[in-house]
Design a binder for this molecule. Sequence first.
Ligand SMILES: [Zn+2]
Length: 287
Amino acid sequence: MSLFFRRSWALGAMVVWMVCGSPVVALAASLELSGSLQPGMAVLLNVKGFAPGSRLTGTLDQESFPITPQGQAIVALDMEKQPKNVTLKVVITPSSGQPETLTRTLEIPKRQYKEEYIDLPKKKVDLDQPDMTRANQETERIAATYRLREGRTGFEKGFRQSASGRFSGVFGSRRILNGQARKPHNGVDVAAPAGTPVITMAPGTVVLAGENFFFTGNTVVVHHGHGVISLYAHLEQMKVREGEWLEAGATLGTVGMTGRATGPHLHWGVLVRGARVDPMGLPGIRP
Ligand SMILES: [Zn+2]
C-alpha cells in the first residue's frame, strides 16, 4: 500500500471521528493545580478533558486520594513533610477503552517556621490526672473526625476565611510553653472581640459540636468530604448541631475564649486526610 493510500485512510478516519464527535476518544486529558504545593499547603486539583462516566483515582507520593466524578480533589502535604520530589498520578478509567495515566513530578521546597514563646498557668500546662483523662477522651473524639473520608463534598468552589481579625498566632510556629518545647501550632489564631461571627470555611457536614473541651473549649468540626476537615476552637457560642449540613458562608458560632485561651480568639485548624495545612493558604483565600 502506498503512502498516499495510508494517509487518505487516516484522513478518512479523522473525518469520521470529527463527524461523530465521539467523546470517548479523550486524547487531551490534563491536570491543573490551583497553586504550588509545599509543606503545610493544600491545593485544588482539576482533572480536565476526560470522558464523562470515567472512574478517576489519584496518588500523591504513593498515598491514594479520592477524586469527584467531575474531576476535582484537594491534595495536600503535611506541615512537617521533608523536601523532596513527589509524584502526582491520576488514573482515568473510561467506561470502555483503555485506562490513561497522567503523572506530574512536583519539587517540594523546605518550609521555615517561626518560634513562639507562650506562658500559661501551670495547671493548664502540667495536667493533673482527672484533667489528663478528660483531655485525652476529648482529643480522641476530635481525632475520630480526622479519620472520616465518606460523605458529601463541599470544597469544589474553594474556601473562605472563617473570621476576620488580627492574626495572633501563625501556622506552624514552634511553640515553647512555659519553657518546654511543644508540638508546632497546627492552625491560625484570629484575635477578635468575643461574639464576632465565625463562618464555615466551605460547605460541609458538622461532625462534632463538643462542649467546653479542656484545651479547645467549645469546639466545632466540619467535614467537607474526602477527609478535608476544619476545626474551630474556643467558641463562645456554638450555633450548629452534629449532622447538620452547612452551606457556603453559614455561621457556626462566635469567637470566645473557652478552653485553654488567654484572650478571645478563633483557633482555626485544617486537615486533609491527616495532613496539617495552613488555613490561610487554601484555594480562594488570600491573606
Ligand atoms: Zn491556635
